[in-house]
Design a protein around this ligand. Structure first.
Ligand SMILES: [Zn+2]
Length: 451
């Protein structure tokens, strides 16, 4: 019998396949893996997904991830029966993705110089652990459950650890989280402790923490839930499905993400090529990735700012020696990733190669914004009544920049993903109490005699 899904090396010159009943996340050639499905899903499922919104108490229909389970169906589940779903699928009571969909935000549109009706933002911060990670964690932990894994392991700038720890607690399995000491927002660190994870503080940055966590995964019996795990990226495709559903499966012109580990970029690229290949969408939206200026490896490499060579997918043969030289160059200069948007403070994005493929497939662009821009972006989202963290502020700021450069047109339909909610309470207080900031609304003082 043909397997419903396999893991396949992303390097076309290799193309090795593996079954999914193991925790291999890398091919023997060193490349990352995709999940490949043997069947083409019927577009009639669009009606099924819509009908499931009337969930009838079935949390797997309520979930914004598992509602689309037929498109991430590596377990071959073909049932509406709750008990059968519950035996295999992991969900936090249907909460992942449940509240996330694209919204119009007129003040943000004005700031980004976009039309009110064609600019949408999807707050992924309204997931149970407060970030988009829950989309992919539900699918990764489902795979871990299939393998009867006893311990999850991850490195994190904060959101992954919160999400992993939450799902681990709910599934009653252990969770080790490796975090860069002093570089994680207090709210995120507190979540990891709150959910009972074993926190391991690493001297260094996220890149060091990831290396340490993967070394542990390789040596002992632990299961990585970082985005190098292809099952993480399968769940994150649901972010795009929710966008498409709201737009009646008419693709937007652009989908915009902050750029950190580049898992979302990679996941979105795979999602779009699948939907296009299945005949579900007629055109492929362009992806725009917005790096923080202080953590801009992807921006510099893709745009040829190192050695005057533009790094690209090159039909599956990207110039990885250029990447190595770039990292060595940064190291020799003592340049470390540094931004107040700690969620994307990453120097060596682990999904770089998959993200190159996504940029290639979608004719995407990569730009950068500075901390001040991201703080403005975050704040104008807040003034629209939505909550997001500073890394998500890269999205409005990046769209504004691409508008000013004429790359995004005012009539383009643009959907931006706000990846997480505010977990660093100091940031908005500092921002608004500094009158020089663009959208500041400083506190007013009131003395006793004024009562
Ligand atoms: Zn390979």
């Amino acid at each position: 019998m043909q397997a419903v899904a396999t893991k396949k090396c992303i390097n076309p010159a290799c193309g090795l396949s593996f079954d999914i009943e193991n925790d291999i996340y890398k091919c023997s050639c060193g490349s990352l893996l995709d999940i490949i499905y043997s069947k083409v899903p019927s577009k009639n499922l669009v009606e099924v997904f819509y009908a499931r919104r009337n969930h009838g108490g079935n949390i797997f229909n309520e979930s914004g991830v598992w509602r689309f389970r037929d498109l991430i169906n590596y377990l071959g589940i073909d049932t509406e029966n709750f008990d059968e779903c519950a035996r295999s699928l992991v969900s936090l009571d249907g909460a992942e993705g449940r509240l996330s969909k694209p919204y119009k935000m007129s003040k943000v549109a004005d700031y980004a110089m976009m039309n009110h009706d064609s600019f949408l933002l999807q707050p992924e911060g309204y997931n149970p652990s407060g970030s988009f990670k829950d989309n992919g964690m539900s699918t990764a932990v489902t795979h871990a459950k299939m393998l009867k894994v006893r311990k999850l392991i991850c490195a994190s700038t904060g959101n992954t650890s919160a999400s992993a720890a939450m799902y681990a607690a709910n599934e009653n399995i252990e969770c080790d989280v490796y975090i860069p000491r002093g570089e994680v927002a207090a709210g995120k660190l507190s979540q990891a402790f709150q959910f009972g994870a074993q926190v391991i503080q690493v001297d260094g940055n996220f890149d060091d923490a990831l290396a340490a966590s993967l070394a542990e995964v390789n040596e002992r019996q632990g299961y990585t839930v970082n985005s190098v795990n292809p099952f993480r990226l399968e769940g994150q495709k649901a972010i795009v499905y929710r966008v498409m559903e709201l737009l009646n499966w008419n693709p937007p012109d652009w989908i915009v993400y902050p750029g950190g580990a580049l898992g979302n970029t990679s996941s979105c690229g795979k999602c779009l090529i699948e939907l296009h290949g299945w005949g579900w969408i007629k055109k492929i939206p362009r992806i725009a990735v917005i790096n923080a200026e202080g953590a801009n490896s992807f921006y510099e490499l893709v745009n040829g700012l190192f050695e005057n060579k533009k790094l690209d997918w090159n039909n599956g043969r990207p110039d990885l020696e250029l990447v190595d030289r770039y990292y060595l160059h940064k190291q020799s200069k003592g340049v470390l990733p540094k931004t107040r948007a700690t969620a994307i403070q990453i120097g060596k994005p682990p999904n770089l190669v998959k993200a190159l493929r996504a940029i290639d497939i979608t004719k995407g662009v990569v730009t950068q914004v500075n901390d001040e821009d991201m703080a403005d972006g975050m704040s104008i989202v807040g003034l629209n009544g939505f909550d997001c963290e500073m890394a998500s502020g890269a999205v409005p700021a990046g769209v504004r920049k691409l508008r000013l450069e004429g790359i995004i047109k005012p009539d383009d339909v643009v959907v931006g993903i706000l990846t997480g909610r505010q977990k660093d309470p100091k940031l908005p207080v500092e921002y608004h109490n500094n009158r020089s900031n663009r959208f500041a609304r400083p506190a007013r003082e009131m003395n006793n005699h004024q009562f």
